[in-house]
Design a protein around this ligand. Structure first.
Ligand SMILES: Nc1ncnc2c1ncn2[C@@H]1O[C@H](COP(=O)(O)OP(=O)(O)O)[C@@H](O)[C@H]1O
Ligand SMILES: [Mg+2]
Length: 228
């Protein structure tokens, strides 16, 4: 097994059969010990966060697979906090795609002149570049095409998949009386036909979720979703 990438919250290994193994770490993004799904730094280490993140990721990717949504998922080992996936090529050096249901976080920081905090958004999709040095700048459909990262047709596929997946996660959370405010995904091209598919993870660290108006920490979210 060869380490191909060590990220903020996961290590990526190449398996002999050509697939990848994602190892979920106990590191969580944030600043100064406070969790923030939008942060570009590891803010804190929480015992059990890796295993909890993997378990929730497994739950969502299996649900998506049952609905025929293309993803990189093959299988998962909850005890080891690892997941076997199909290798993908990302767009440029990677994009993040955000689906928003309420105006919070960076959306509110940018558009606060016109948006009220917590205002409803209808599965609003935004794409950002994974570029730590430039603080993950948002990028438009036109800029993605112009810079050769994503064609206009591929953008529409990406957007539709994002809304479909966001809505599935939102519905699963709603079953536990939890409200999804926003969620962040990664996509890549998989296989010989370069199909656009969901990659990476779907865990508490990728979303903002609230219950009875109160924010739910990733580890608590994973408990609420997977127990009882
Ligand atoms: N199926 C896949 N193929 C290739 N790369 C992947 C796949 N799934 C996830 N990745 C990449 O692996 C890395 C996972 O590690 P992570 O700690 O989340 O990294 P980061 O610090 O970039 O967020 C990410 O860069 C993600 O884009
Ligand atoms: Mg990541």
């Amino acid at each position: 097994m060869k380490l191909v990438y060590s990220g903020k919250t996961k290590d990526v290994f190449a398996l002999e059969d050509g697939n990848y193994l994602l190892k979920f770490k106990d590191d969580v993004t944030g600043t100064d010990g406070v969790f923030d799904p939008g942060a570009n730094t590891v803010g804190l280490t929480l015992e059990g966060a890796g295993r909890a993140g993997l378990r929730l990721t497994k739950f969502f990717f299996e649900a998506l697979g049952q609905k025929g949504i293309p993803t990189h998922y093959i299988d998962a080992n909850p005890e080891a906090a690892t997941m076997t996936v199909k290798p993908a090529t990302v767009f440029g050096k990677g994009l993040e795609v955000i689906c928003r249901y309420r105006a919070v976080g960076s959306f509110l920081r940018r558009y606060g002149m016109y948006a009220a905090e917590g205002q409803s958004l209808d599965a609003f999709v935004e794409v950002t570049l994974k570029d730590d040095d430039r603080e993950d700048p948002p990028i438009t459909k036109d800029a993605l095409a112009m810079l050769g990262l994503l064609s206009a047709e591929e953008y529409e596929v990406l957007k539709a998949l994002t809304q479909q997946i966001g809505n599935i996660v939102k519905e699963e959370l709603a079953k536990k009386n939890i409200e999804l405010y926003d969620i962040k995904f990664e996509f890549g091209r998989i296989g010989a036909d370069k199909q656009i598919a969901l990659i990476d993870e779907i865990s508490g660290g990728n979303m903002r979720a609230f219950k009875d108006g109160k924010y739910i920490e990733p580890l608590v979210l994973e408990k609420l979703m997977l127990e009882g």
